[in-house]
Design a protein around this ligand. Structure first.
Ligand code: GDG
Length: 461
């Protein structure tokens, strides 16, 4: 079997168990198959002359990491990746900022990554690139004569052509995509958006369902839904310590309906809209006052980007407002936790909550939805309320699917979940867990690697 080389912006080191599902799955794959994980080490140095690669090893896996400069951090990471690409690919042109310096930094850092990586590759390696931070990597490697199979998986959505067209360097970006052998998306919607752009704007054509001919290249464009390690998450939710926490959550005199949301504090996750929906639940169905509590766990992320500071203030103001308006001596409607919570506690909180509220405004997949389903007691499961704009909604149709922009719609779905008979909950959960198992982390990785390992397909004349 050919050696696997994984490239991502951040490298999960040998002790990444705490990071959860995907990183562990990729790491296991690397250890079994033998390979290398290459990327940024998360650190900065004052000057490019101080950049040097560091190397460590775990069984068959080698980790090679490099720092970036402080300027790169501002312009490449905060400016271009998180200030331009992230909002555009999540359909949020209103939040995107484009500057020439940031665009140049993105090219510069990718070029530097490619320079180091090219010298470490053997001709037989297959290269798996992850996500939006490193889209031009294949192009930078090809320019250095690398002819290996290279695939990229995009963890976040791909927007319709009209949205991407607003990005000043869309043409350059799409040409960078066109130099991969394989492009993987989370959903059919993302795949279709990408192919539409290639065909309508770049003169590409579909040779068959998932084979695109564009810019002189033939590319497999496929869907590989990301998943979780179902058994290990379910096991965490069943532990005796988890049971103790659940008992605490349900202790007498406390609310009877626990609603949980867990998301990085990101504007794509729809947190203010979610709080407004919860407020609507209390207004439309006042019987839930003193009975329902929303626990929102929202650890900080990308604090240096202004849009993230803004969302934090909005969320804090809203939760204070709702607690002031509805709360009482013995009941706090919104419990807002702005820090990282250990994974095993999350699993217990999921199991102890009657509603999993997953309402992003746009999301590539959303693993929290899958974790909530995996954590449930199958004989008395909770109900997943899921945004139609999460990639997960393409698969988890037995959830209560909602429009996150419509507070009344979400409130009604929550009320429906609160009164849903046990048989219906069991039935819906059985269908959901089957899908979560079918599309788990192993199948995601296996599917992508099979496609990447496969020889290039000949085209119809
Ligand atoms: C990107 C895409 C796609 C969250 N808070 C805590 C915590 N988490 C864990 C969750 C889950 C993970 O982080 C978040 O994954 P998501 O999929 O929900 O979202 P993103 O971080 O935006 O991930 C997304 C994903 O990539 C994979 O392809 O699904 O669409 O945006 O595992 O449980 N974990 C701990 N404490 C927290 O407070 N321990």
């Amino acid at each position: 079997m050919r050696r696997l080389v994984v490239v991502s912006n951040r490298v999960a080191g040998p002790d990444c168990q705490a990071a959860g599902g995907l990183a562990v799955c990729v790491l296991d794959g690397l250890r079994e198959r033998g390979g290398m994980w290459f990327g940024w080490n998360g650190e900065t140095v004052p000057d490019a002359s101080e950049i040097g690669a560091a190397c460590s090893r775990l069984e068959n896996a080698i980790f090679v990491t490099v720092p970036i400069t402080e300027e790169d951090y501002q312009e490449y990471y905060l400016g271009y990746c998180n200030g331009a690409l992230w909002p555009v690919l999540h359909y949020r042109l209103d939040l995107a900022r484009f500057t020439q310096e940031n665009g140049e930094a993105y090219r510069r850092v990718n070029d530097r990554f490619a320079e180091t990586l090219a010298s470490l590759l053997s001709p037989d390696d297959v290269v798996w690139v992850h996500d939006y931070h490193v889209i031009p990597l294949a192009s930078c490697l090809r320019d250095r004569g690398v002819r290996n199979r290279i695939g990229i998986f995009l963890h976040i959505p791909f927007p319709p052509p009209d949205v991407l067209l607003a990005m000043p360097d869309h043409e350059w970006l799409m040409n960078a995509f066109a130099r991969y052998d394989l492009i993987g998306f989370q959903t059919k919607t993302d795949q279709a958006n990408f192919c539409r752009f290639a065909c309508e704007q770049m003169g590409g054509e579909m040779a068959c369902d998932d084979l695109l001919r564009v810019a002189g290249n033939t590319i497999s464009v496929s869907v590989f839904p990301v998943g979780i390690d179902v058994e290990s998450f379910a096991e965490m939710a069943r532990r005796p310590e988890a049971e103790k926490r659940i008992q605490w959550l349900h202790r007498r005199g406390e609310p009877r309906v626990n609603i949980i949301g867990v998301d990085r504090l990101d504007y794509t996750k729809g947190l203010p809209d979610r709080l407004r929906s919860f407020r609507r639940l209390l207004e439309l169905y006042p019987q839930n006052c003193k009975a329902a509590t929303l626990m929102q766990i929202a650890p900080p992320t990308r604090k240096e980007v202004k849009a993230y500071a803004d969302i934090r203030h909005e969320l804090e103001a809203l939760s204070g407002e709702i607690n002031g308006q509805f709360g009482d001596f013995d009941w706090t409607p919104v419990r807002y936790v702005h820090r990282n919570v250990p994974r095993d506690i999350l699993a217990a909180l999921f199991r102890g909550s009657q509603i999993g509220l997953v309402t992003p405004l746009r999301d590539g997949m959303n693993l929290v939805a899958k974790e909530y389903v995996a954590a449930q007691d199958e004989s008395n499961p909770g109900v997943l309320v899921l945004s139609r704009f999460a990639g997960a909604a393409e698969y988890l149709q037995e959830a209560l699917i909602v429009n996150p922009y419509d507070a009344d719609d979400v409130a009604q779905a929550m009320q429906r979940a609160i009164v849903m008979p046990r048989e219906e909950r069991i039935e819906r959960h059985a269908a959901l867990i089957a899908k979560v198992r079918e599309h788990d982390a192993r199948n995601w990785m296996g599917g992508f690697l099979r496609a990447l390992d496969a020889p290039a397909r000949p085209l119809a004349a």
